[in-house]
Ligand binder design. Structure first.
Ligand code: PSU
Ligand code: MN
Length: 330
């Protein structure tokens, strides 16, 4: 094999060989046989997070959605790797029983951002991984693409509370491409984009020039870059890897048009939920789950069905990107 081709693979896999992990950290991670085989063969793999299952949606819709999202990834030619910490073991690729366990645990699973990883593992706990933690483990095992619904960001009034999601810092230091529907308007979208710029993160909107706001296609903020196909995304990711920029990429896919109509109803529910969160002094890592659940109650489930629809759409596009990337790297 030509040396340039070898270095490409080395860059992507980050020296990780699932059948022969070298570092102590790599040996602490359990990779499912299916994901392990796919990684060894250079097949397309898509990482999926688990906080969306435990804290982002109620049971049983969380379990149904998690299974459907995995099925969509498969239908589009990639292998899903849902990531979670079970009994203190970071797992990459969950069995149906493990997915069920996590969905039933719900909020009893610890919402695990990067700062919590060592404690959850050291104490043998059950951790649902947020975007930052899922990126950390995806990168460790050499999965370059990760699909979710929405990422964390700079909270409103973040300039005084300093509540800035560790997802943004992780995007600044971990070379994984995250496919999401942008950032929710429960957050300060323009400051989130400013912060991502500071962190050196490439932000690309998919088939649009405007950065999407999760429940709505538009946020009023221009996206720094635009991509129009899975191939465009794959070239972007491949270039990011080859240049060893070592930063993540955020690919923002707008919610499908047929589900965005409810955006305005959802927006007014968000305003009310934000007011309630301030009145009840809810802050820190409890804020996002509170707002999501309250918005869902206030919209009579409309926000949940929009959320499910956009995650499935992201799964389809993310899997197509993963397939295109694996072809590029053959
Ligand atoms: N946004 C959503 N749904 C979610 C989350 C964010 O629309 O489930 C979860 C993700 O796991 C994300 C985390 O990484 O919340 C961010 O939490 P915080 O704002 O506490 O950093
Ligand atoms: Mn926070």
């Amino acid at each position: 094999m030509a040396s340039w081709a070898l270095s490409r693979i080395t860059n992507l896999q980050k020296h990780f060989n699932p059948t022969n992990p070298t570092s102590k950290g790599e040996r602490m991670v359990k990779i499912s046989p299916e994901v392990s085989e796919a990684l060894s063969l250079g097949k397309a793999v898509v990482a999926l997070e688990s906080t969306i299952i435990s804290h982002g949606m109620p049971y049983p819709q969380n379990l149904e959605t998690a299974k459907e999202v995995e099925a969509i990834v498969r239908q589009n030619g990639a292998i899903p790797a849902t990531i979670a910490i079970l009994d203190g073991i970071p797992c990459v690729g969950l069995s149906v029983e493990e997915l069920e366990r996590l969905a039933i645990l719900g909020r009893k699973a610890r919402k695990t951002a990067r700062r919590d990883i060592a404690h959850v593992v050291a104490t043998g706990g059950n951790g649902a991984t947020t975007v930052s933690t899922t990126m950390f483990f995806a990168s460790m095992v050499g999965i370059p693409i990760f699909v979710t619904g929405g990422i964390g960001g700079v909270h409103r009034h973040g300039e005084s509370t300093m509540d800035i999601s560790s997802d943004l810092i992780e995007l600044g230091r971990t070379p994984v491409a995250v496919v999401s529907a942008g950032v929710k308007s429960i957050l300060d979208i323009s400051r989130t984009l400013e912060y991502l710029e500071t962190q050196g993160v490439c932000v690309a909107a998919y088939q649009t020039s405007e950065f999407p706001a999760f429940f709505t296609e538009k946020s009023g903020c221009q996206a720094p870059c635009r991509v129009d196909s899975p191939e465009d995304c794959a070239r972007l990711i491949d270039t990011n890897i080859n240049l060893q920029l070592k930063t993540g990429i955020l690919i923002a896919v707008p919610i499908p048009t047929e589900h965005s109509a409810s955006g305005n109803i959802i927006e007014s529910a968000i305003q009310r939920a934000l007011k309630e969160a301030r009145e009840q002094n809810i802050s820190g890592s409890a804020e996002t789950p509170f707002l999501l659940a309250r918005v869902n109650e206030l919209t009579g489930g409309t926000s949940l069905s929009s959320n499910i629809a956009l995650v499935k759409n992201n799964a389809r596009i993310g899997a197509q990107i993963a397939v295109s990337l694996s072809q590029l790297q053959e």
